[in-house]
Design a protein around this ligand. Sequence first.
Ligand code: EPU
Length: 338
Amino acid sequence: MLRELVDLQPYNTLALHARAAVFCEPVSQEELLAALSLARSRQLPVLPLGEGSNIVLTRDYPGLVLRLRDNRIQLLREQTGTVLVRVGAGLNWHQWVQQSLDNGWYGLENLALIPGTVGASPVQNIGAYGVEVAQFIDSVQGVYLDSGEAFDLDNKACRFAYRDSLFKQALAHKTVITSVVFRLSTVPAVHASYAALRDYLAEHHADEPLTPTLVMEAVCAVRRSRLPDPHLLPNVGSFFKNPQVSPEQFVALQQQYPAIPHYPGEQGRVKLAAAWLIDQCGWKGRCLGPACVHEHQALVLVNRHGASGEEMLALADAIAADVLARFAVRLEPEPWIW
Ligand code: EPU
C-alpha cells in the first residue's frame, strides 16, 4: 500500500520531477485512515494530489502524497426534477461529466474535459463557459488530516467564490476530500451564452435545437481547439486567475485600451481577461528557456522542453512583471505552488 521515494512525474500534468517521501493510493476509507495515522506517527506532512492537474512542484515532498482511488457513483435521492448523487473523490472529472449526461442528470456539460478528479473539483471551484461547479454541489465529505475525523460540509459552508473555496482558505492543506454530493437536474437545461460557445454553436449547429449533449460536444470542440491536452503537452490549464479590479481602475484602463475584454466581477469589481493582458504584452507563443506560453491561449503555460518547476515559475514571474508594469494589474497564480 505504501511506497517510498516515488518520482511524481507521472502524477502531475506539468510532468515535473519531484520525489514523494511516501506515496499511497488508498482504495477505502480504512486504508486512508491507516495512511493518515502512519503520517501522524512519523510526523509527516500530507499532500492529497488528485490527478496533479493544478500543482507546480518545485522540489521534493518530504511527506505522504495521497491519490484517492474511490470512484463510485451512488444515487442517493430522486425527487421531481432533481437527483442527489454521491461521487467518490478519485473518479476522473470528465468521466463523471460524461456519465452524468448518460444518466440524464444535467448541469455539468459546460465543465466537460476539465482535467482532474471529482475530489479536486470543489477546491478551486472549477469553472468554464459560464458555469461553476459550485452551482451543482450539495455537500462535500472528507477527513481532517491532523485528526482523521470526518466532516460533511454543505454548499454554503464551503464558501465558494471565483476559483476559490474554504478548502483554499481556512482549510487549505488541512483536509482530504473523499466524496462530493451533486444536485443535478433531470430536466434538460442549457447554458450557452458564453461568447466562444455561442459563436461555435451559431457557426456549426445553427439550425439544431440546443440540447445538453450538443452543448457538451461544443464545449469539447472549443476546448480542443484552444487548450492543449496535458497528456500531449504538459500544462495545468490557466496559470493565472482572471484579475479583478476596482471600477475606477477599469474605467482608466478602458479609456486607454477600448477593446479590453471585461466581465462582471465579485463585490462590484470588474474581472479582466488575464489571457488578453498577457497577449498584449507579446508573450503568446514565446518561451523563456524550456518553459513556454501556449500559442493559442496566452493563459496556459506549457512545459515544452522538460522544464523544472523553478523554470516554469521564472516564466510566470516574467509575465506577471510585464503585466504589472504595463497595466498596473497584479496577476495571481491559479495552481498551487509547492
Ligand atoms: N484572449 C486573448 N488572448 C488569448 C486568449 C484569450 O486576448 O491568447 C481573450 C479572448 O479573446 C477573450 C478573453 O481573452 O476576450 C477570454 O478568453 P477565454 O474565453 O479563452 O477565457 P479565459 O478567461 O482566458 C477562462 C478560464 C478557463 C476556461 C475559459 C472558458 C480562468 C482563470 N480561466 O479563461 O479555465 O476554460 O474561461 O470558460 O478563469 C482553467 O481554469 O484552467 C481554465 C482553462
